[in-house]
Design a protein. Structure first.
Ligand SMILES: NC(=O)c1ccc[n+]([C@@H]2O[C@H](COP(=O)([O-])OP(=O)(O)OC[C@H]3O[C@@H](n4cnc5c(N)ncnc54)[C@H](O)[C@@H]3O)[C@@H](O)[C@H]2O)c1
Length: 346
């Protein structure tokens, strides 16, 4: 089995714990042969842990003749520059979220990939989350009826004071956490509709100058209303992370469990509407719904979604399988992010 020779840029929370770890879980498929990290201590750590060539300078790292895949896990403000430079250097590229906060940047990245005939794989790793895949399957089965509204509510409470709290590094909750929530939300909605967006961004507890409270509402003509709330200011955090309201059922989910219920509308008695505006026996007309209730939990042995990303990418890199997370699909996330920043002025 051929091993993909990989290079990782950035040995931080994501570079070390997500990318090196995930490729390390697939030792027969990936070999990390190079790493780039400007910080001396982290670079020494990487050299010791990975036993690979290490570079301080990104351009020298790109000249490493053995790497065919470069993962960009640098701070967010460097993604566009690093990804385009790597594509121009003839590497296939995995780029961390957020790709950017501007659609025009994503278009430049897509163009660079096409020009150099390289694969550009946006790291929307939660697209491989078994929980998301199961919710999508339930929704698409039609068992919930017409979906009227979808809520994605990720609550927490606390301050942040790392670079992710600063606008100059493209920090903030909209750029940082929301790409996952927005990606799920946009995947639940049809690709094409005449979408209208409302967004409110606030700076609440953060020590920096970027947003940490995000409310987004998306509504198309033919689509369910999508309501996303990702905040660090929810002292009473809501347990459900996802909620779907349908005409024949409903779904709720936390991080790894899904509950859904549905009924057959034909099981309800026929009703006649009144001819006069007078209530019958001053009652409200309650009726019992016979729900079928279902439950699903992410299996304990499920592959972690970041590992699943690299497992799927391997098939693209070595067997020409289509990319599972296409740049065009990740572009939808950036489109909404850009519109939100524009509206909220933050
Ligand atoms: N997909 C996910 O689930 C997920 C999770 C965490 C972080 N991220 C993303 O990963 C990126 C990195 O975040 P982090 O939390 O790992 O930050 P971090 O600060 O922990 O790590 C970033 C590393 O990049 C290094 N770096 C800076 N400039 C560089 C350059 N030019 N070349 C190579 N390395 C460089 C820094 O020295 C640092 O070690 C962010 O864009 C973030 O949004 C994604």
């Amino acid at each position: 089995m051929r091993k993909v020779k990989a290079g990782v840029a950035g040995y931080g929370r994501s570079g070390m714990h997500i990318h090196c770890h995930s490729m390390g879980m697939l030792p027969e498929k990936y070999d990390i042969v190079a790493l780039c990290e400007p910080d001396d201590e982290r670079r020494a750590e990487a050299e010791k842990n990975l036993k690979c060539r290490v570079y301080k300078d990104f351009n020298k790292f790109l000249k490493d003749g053995e790497t065919e895949l470069v993962t960009v896990a640098t701070p967010s403000y460097l993604h566009v520059k690093c990804a385009i430079a790597a594509l121009e250097a003839g590497k296939n590229v995995v780029c961390e979220k957020p790709l950017s906060d501007k659609v025009s940047d994503v278009d430049m990245m897509i163009k660079a990939a096409r020009k150099n005939k390289k694969i550009f794989a946006p790291f929307q790793n939660k697209r491989h989350d078994p929980l998301f895949l199961k919710m999508k399957e339930i929704m698409d089965s039609g068992v919930l009826g017409r979906i009227v509204e979808i809520k994605i509510t990720w609550h927490s409470f606390g301050r942040r004071w790392d670079w992710q709290s600063l606008r100059k590094y493209k920090g903030g909750t909209l750029n940082n956490t929301c790409p996952h929530a927005i990606d799920h939300g946009m995947q639940f909605l049809p690709e094409k509709d005449n979408y209208k967006v409302f967004c409110q961004l606030e700076k609440t507890l953060t020590c920096g100058d970027a947003d940490d409270h995000v409310k987004i509402i998306v509504k198309g003509k033919k689509s369910p209303l999508l309501d996303i709330e990702v905040t660090s200011a929810a002292g009473y955090g809501q347990e459900e992370k996802y909620l779907m309201m349908g005409t024949k059922g409903a779904l709720k989910a936390n991080w790894n469990e899904i509950w859904w219920k549905h009924f057959d509308p034909r099981s309800l008695p026929k009703r006649t509407l009144p001819k006069k505006a007078i209530s019958e026996k001053r009652a409200y007309g309650n009726e019992e719904i016979k729900w079928t209730e279902e439950y699903w939990k992410v299996p304990d042995n499920a592959m972690h979604f970041s590992v699943a990303f690299y497992d799927s990418l391997y098939k693209t890199l070595t067997k020409g399988a289509p990319l599972y997370v296409t740049p065009e699909s990740a572009r939808r996330v950036v489109w909404l992010t850009e519109e939100c920043h524009r509206q909220a002025g933050l």
